[in-house]
Design a binder for this molecule. Sequence first.
Ligand code: GLY
Length: 334
Amino acid sequence: MNEVKLELPSGISYPVIIDNGALNRLPTLIPSGARRAAIVTQSKIGITVEPGIEHKVFEIEDGEKAKTLTTIGELCSAFASWGLTRSDVIVGVGGGVVTDVAGFAAATYHRGVSVIHVATTLLAQIDAAIGGKTGVNLPEGKNLIGSFWQPKGVICDLDALDTLPESELRSGMGELAKYHFLTGDLLIQMELKDRVSRAVEIKAEIVAQDEKEQGKRALLNYGHTLGHAIENIGNYEIKHGEAVAIGLIYAAELAHTLERIGHERVLEHRQVVESYGLSSSLPSSMSNEDLLFAMTRDKKAVEGFTFVLDGPKGLEVVKGIEEILIKETLEKVR
Ligand code: GLY
């Protein structure tokens, strides 16, 4: 078993347990005062959990389209009807959609109840379930409403990956490719358990330094400015990691346009993304205008277009990039 401890400056700390069969550890994470556990999941997940206390399953719909305030309202009503109290616990069992929704419901129900994440997809195990970001989408963009709400613990049961659909695995690969550029680690060459553990370690190290994204944590958004725009414009039919993969190539091309990196480094981005089995080209149906408009609504866009870009000092947040350069560079990922 691998266990990564996430330790935050606020004094909060919690374990991320990574193993085959790690699900059995769920009862050890249940807070001592909790009498009931609300299990938030989706019918397609098909994983039964035994928290060791009274529990009830609350299902949400599949896909990013379920990440809405309506879903949060319905869930919280159902919790209240069941009698869930603020000393009880919510357990999110699923991928990033479930952990974002369960986490945000936990952050807001009764002004905050404990949450535990059982991450069942590669993407949730290496990213979404770790670090306390929770939230839902608006028609205007992805994750535009949310909260930081740290879980009591995270379980990454590698057995869940055995039956993961190919498209979900590919989606996780996009985030793994991102970690490659954060650290230079050759995650693709590692055994699955080590790969997940290393990605969790990288994320834990960054979140430990910057829990609420005041600085370094923003680097975890590498590839996400265009990635989120692609997801939004494509009605969330393109998976997050696949969109991030295109976003990584675009960010490299933009860094090259701005003379921050050389051609070789752009090629390296293309090779890494391809080695993870991902496409590096925009869907032809997406217009530059729609993508530009979606990018203006990104949470990072406080002072004009903002991107995480590679450069001589590594990854950095770069603000106020000229629209014409952003538009022209989109042609390089077509
Ligand atoms: N997924 C980026 C973050 O958790 O900060």
